[in-house]
Design a protein around this ligand. Structure first.
Ligand code: C2E
Ligand code: MG
Ligand code: MG
Ligand code: MG
Length: 278
């Protein structure tokens, strides 16, 4: 439509495109430095044994405490980090920091908490991933089974043979694997069966729509039945209402995660939260 706007329109459009590219370039420059300046943070969202506890662990969710723009959510910077490859050093930091936090919590007596870390598609394909995970576990003396690695269904199914191979090497370290955002991708049941995962996370889109009637109950029941058949635990994410909490529990979900039960919070806030639970 810029053509209709004539010369001025064109001139108006062009700089704004440059500006966008410029802003993104700047953001990636900043992200590179953010690592060194220690501006990245992990927030932790509690996962509860259904229906209401105890807390069995946390999902680590990345935040960026940007010096000018405040606390940035992953959707602002992760897609570009994935495109530029910056996700690899960022992701390595996430793995190491999660292990460090796990070990700190263990020293404080919270030895039952697991921590789940999200792996991006690019990170998942890195041949160095297994070594990176192994080194972080060793550096912080964390029992491998307390670390859960989440890959989305879409990532896992994009090259299923490779995924089976990668997840097999990872789980041979003793860590657990979780299939995230389940139900939004296209799973080959044959491969799902071969993936050495220990849990499925039902995508929050299904949880969100759960009203106690109609299709979504059927879908959630089907996912739970499938998971049980494959010997997997089921986590429901995005639980926001008591009704969803009740239905998900009745349908057989093992673990619940969502704003109703606990939002992602800083590690400091986790300790205060843990005191409250006692
Ligand atoms: P995810 O792994 O599916 O994480 C769940 C997202 O749902 C989180 O968003 C969480 O804050 C949000 N959530 C949890 N409970 C509720 C709820 O009750 N209602 C609603 N509306 N949302 C809820 P967040 O923290 O913005 O993260 C978004 C996505 O960014 C994550 O989705 C994950 O794919 C990605 N991500 C986050 N941290 C990392 C990381 O360290 N590495 C990688 N590769 N990806 C990450
Ligand atoms: Mg996740
Ligand atoms: Mg998810
Ligand atoms: Mg998601």
């Amino acid at each position: 439509h810029t053509k209709h706007m004539g010369r001025n329109g064109y001139h108006f459009f062009q700089p704004s495109m440059n500006q966008l590219a410029q802003t993104q370039l700047q953001l990636m420059n900043d992200l590179w430095q953010a690592l060194e300046r220690k501006e990245l943070r992990l927030y932790y969202q509690p996962k509860f044994q259904a229906p209401a506890g105890p807390v069995i662990g946390f999902e680590a969710l990345l935040r960026w405490q940007h010096p000018k723009q405040g606390l940035l959510m992953p959707e602002i910077f992760l897609p570009l980090a994935e495109k530029t490859g910056l996700i690899v050093p960022v992701g390595n930091w996430v793995i190491d920091e999660a292990c460090r936090q796990l070990s700190e919590w263990r020293v404080q007596g919270n030895t039952r908490w697991s921590v789940a870390v999200n792996l991006s598609p690019l990170q998942f394909e890195q041949s160095a991933l297994v070594k990176t995970v192994m080194q972080s576990l060793a550096r912080h003396a964390v029992p491998p089974e307390m670390l859960i690695l989440e890959v989305t269904e879409t990532t896992a199914m994009s090259n299923p043979d490779e995924s089976v191979r990668i997840l097999t090497s990872l789980t041979q370290l003793g860590v657990k694997a979780s299939i995230d955002d389940f139900g939004t991708g296209y799973s080959s049941l044959l491969y799902l069966k071969r993936l050495p995962a220990s849990e499925l996370k039902i995508d929050k889109a299904f949880v969100n729509e759960l009203s106690g009637e109609g299709e979504d109950v059927t879908i959630v029941s089907a996912i739970v039945a499938l998971a049980k058949t494959l010997g997997l635990k089921v986590v429901a994410e995005g639980v926001e209402t008591e009704m969803q909490q009740r239905f998900l529990t009745e349908l057989g979900c093992n673990t619940l995660q969502g704003f109703l039960l606990g939002k992602p919070i800083s590690a400091d806030a986790v300790l205060a939260f843990a005191e409250e639970l006692k």
